[in-house]
Design a protein around this ligand. Structure first.
Ligand SMILES: [Zn+2]
Length: 114
């Protein structure tokens, strides 16, 4: 399951960051996940909960913010967002002359630590 390795690296980053800042406990981790990132939020939550047990994040909650896929079409010059997880053509005009500028992210936004 892809989400296990994603949760594992998120957890490592969070723990490293927390330790480097001199804190001992992570209470909350907020991540933004693009709909086109290929990560299922439910599966990520499940994996995070399973992996956090023996870490300083054992009491941490994972808050997931889903980012919709957004792009710009150069054929009709419009910006668009979509609820789909991928884009095959511009939803406005059907052209394939578009670029995606949001929806692939997988980032830690912030954390609450003690
Ligand atoms: Zn278009």
């Amino acid at each position: 399951m892809h989400e296990v390795s994603v949760a594992d690296s998120l957890l490592k980053i969070a723990v490293d960051e927390c330790r480097r800042s001199g804190y001992a406990r992570i209470n909350n981790v907020r991540v933004s996940i693009g709909k086109a990132s290929g990560v299922m939020p439910e599966a990520l939550l499940f994996a995070f909960d399973a992996l956090k047990a023996d870490t300083i994040a054992s009491g941490a909650a994972l808050t997931i913010e889903e980012v919709p896929v957004a792009g710009h079409c150069s054929a009709c010059n419009s910006d668009f967002t979509t609820d789909e997880s991928f884009v095959l053509c511009c939803p406005m005009c059907g052209s394939s002359s578009y670029s995606i500028h949001a929806g692939r992210e997988l980032d830690i936004k912030d954390m609450e630590v003690d």
